[in-house]
Write a protein that binds this ligand. Structure first.
Ligand code: ZN
Length: 266
């Protein structure tokens, strides 16, 4: 690592590590900020996607109505847009390690880049609230198919996308668009585990997109601790027991080391 961490950040690493070490049901909640170090632009930051792109262009109703939009969206998915070619960074790896050692029980993410799964978070510990570019789905019967399978499927015209082999419905890349229903199982499960959590660590989210952003609030409501690691303000800053401004990829690896050492696993 290039620069030495300031004393205040080292102290924050120690505090967070001790809370994680004593937790029994910790949850990590992540947003775009954890993936910026993997080269994926965020949405709301200074160079965010919404500075140059109109969110209305990505609305679910547009997808239903406009074959050109579907074609473009499917091509972006096939060519590896949305993170399919990015690599997990040290922040993803630190989180994965904490999950693998049973310290963090669940990872809830707003990201569709699939990098938590790629870094080794097991499927049963991962809740991708906004879907994932690791799969595509039929928007008639909602059946999911893996990315590896679907990228070979031919585009059917005039649909502009492949058709579902099960029901003939339109296929759509797995990320959830504006105006599209949230995945039910993931949302219900995220609410459940957030309420159970004795600690929620937020990484790289401004907590402005609902209902995803309410998950850490459920932990606070039930008396759990809230730690927020994000560059810039978040909507829950005033409820945070620990608030850290630092790059996740520089901050978290040391935290994971300290936790594993404290539990005698390092
Ligand atoms: Zn279908």
């Amino acid at each position: 690592m290039a620069a030495e961490m300031p004393a205040s950040l080292k102290e924050a690493q120690e505090v967070l590590a001790s809370w994680l070490a004593e937790s029994r049901s910790a949850v990590v909640f992540t947003g775009a900020g954890i993936s910026t170090e993997s080269g994926i632009p965020d949405f709301r930051g200074p160079n965010g996607i919404w500075k140059t792109q109109d969110p209305a262009k990505f609305h679910f109703e547009r997808y239903l109505d406009d074959p050109d939009m579907r074609r473009n969206s499917w091509r972006a998915y096939v060519s590896g847009g949305m993170g399919a070619q990015a690599e997990p960074n040290p922040a993803h790896e630190a989180v994965a390690k904490l999950v693998q050692y049973g310290i963090v029980r669940w990872v809830i993410t707003q990201n569709v880049d699939g990098l938590h799964a790629r870094s080794g978070v097991p499927e049963e510990r991962l809740l991708e609230l906004h879907g994932s570019s690791r799969f595509a789905k039929c928007i008639a019967c909602w059946q999911r198919f893996t990315r590896d399978e679907t990228i070979t499927w031919p585009i059917e015209e005039p649909a502009g996308v492949p058709l579902c082999p099960r029901c003939g419905g339109l296929m759509k890349p797995g990320g959830v668009s504006f105006g599209e229903p949230m995945p039910e199982r993931e949302t219900a499960e995220a609410v459940r585990v957030s309420r159970l959590a004795d600690l929620c660590l937020v990484v790289g989210s401004t907590l402005t997109v609902y209902p995803a952003a309410s998950m850490p609030a459920y932990t606070v409501e039930q008396g759990g601790r809230l730690a927020i690691l994000n560059i810039g303000e978040t909507t829950l800053d005033r409820f945070a027991d620990l608030r850290v401004e630092a790059k996740a990829a520089e901050f978290l690896p040391r935290v994971a080391e300290l936790v594993l050492a404290a539990r005698g696993l390092g």
